[in-house]
Ligand binder design. Structure first.
Ligand SMILES: O=P(O)(O)OP(=O)(O)OP(=O)(O)OC[C@H]1O[C@@H](n2cnc3c(O)ncnc32)[C@H](O)[C@@H]1O
Ligand SMILES: [Mg+2]
Length: 202
């Protein structure tokens, strides 16, 4: 495999996948390269259901294996919200600024030791033939800051302080995020699953 399709229209995710796959010598194409493909409605109740919906649709429509990422932020003090609704938490889809403001407001009165949270990433690989889809997941533990800091990354990165750091994900170098992130952990598991398939990832 020297090219892979990632079924995402999120440019932040796309950039990270391009960087992470570089080390395997694999070129990444995303749905940004296939503007004619229709949007998939994320009607699932779990990250896995939504990842599968996106991967199956892309594999069917492109005729090639496709990987989809469904991910989000799970905050303990908010009973797991924003969770699967992370992209549209403040109402409008993919308004990162508004989503971050809403989370900060809801977390304003929450004390230090109750600010635990994790990023979750579920990756699904689907095939255009009758091979079964593969699902893997990765978590990144951390806590919610009191204000936004940093400009790297995307989404909730300016609010999220990963375990073992005193800076937000948006203040870390992209290479560091791509070592420790939920997405990196899921991708490492996928590498293991894919090497068991014909051809593998190399
Ligand atoms: O469905 P696609 O096209 O992949 O793009 P999306 O942005 O809609 O992606 P999701 O449905 O998986 O929603 C995930 C949301 O969770 C947040 N998120 C996911 N991974 C993140 C990360 O690494 N850093 C910060 N926020 C993240 C971000 O707000 C995303 O919009
Ligand atoms: Mg989405």
């Amino acid at each position: 495999m020297n090219e892979v399709i990632i079924a995402t229209k999120n440019s932040g995710k796309a950039k990270e996948f391009i960087q992470m796959f570089e080390s395997y010598g694999i070129t990444v194409k995303t749905l940004i390269d296939y503007p004619e493909l229709p949007d998939v409605e994320e009607t699932g109740e779990t990250f896995a259901e939504n990842a599968l919906l996106k991967a199956e649709s892309a594999a069917r429509l492109t005729g090639r294996p496709a990987i989809a990422d469904d991910s989000g932020l799970v905050i303990d003090a908010l009973d797991g919200r924003p969770g699967v609704y992370s992209a549209r938490y403040a109402g409008i889809d993919k308004d990162d600024k508004a989503n971050n403001r809403k989370v900060l407001k809801e977390m304003a009165e929450v004390v230090d030791d109750q600010r635990s949270a994790r990023f979750k990433c579920v990756l699904a690989v689907s095939f255009p033939d009758d091979r079964e889809s593969i699902i893997v997941e990765g978590d990144c533990e951390g806590r919610i800051a009191y204000e936004e800091s940093g400009t790297n990354g995307f989404g909730y990165d300016p609010l999220f302080i990963p375990e073992g750091f005193d800076q937000t994900m948006a203040q870390l170098e992209p290479n560091m995020k791509n070592e420790i992130s939920h997405r990196a952990k899921a991708l490492r598991k996928l590498q293991v699953s894919l090497t068991e398939l014909d051809g593998g990832m190399k």
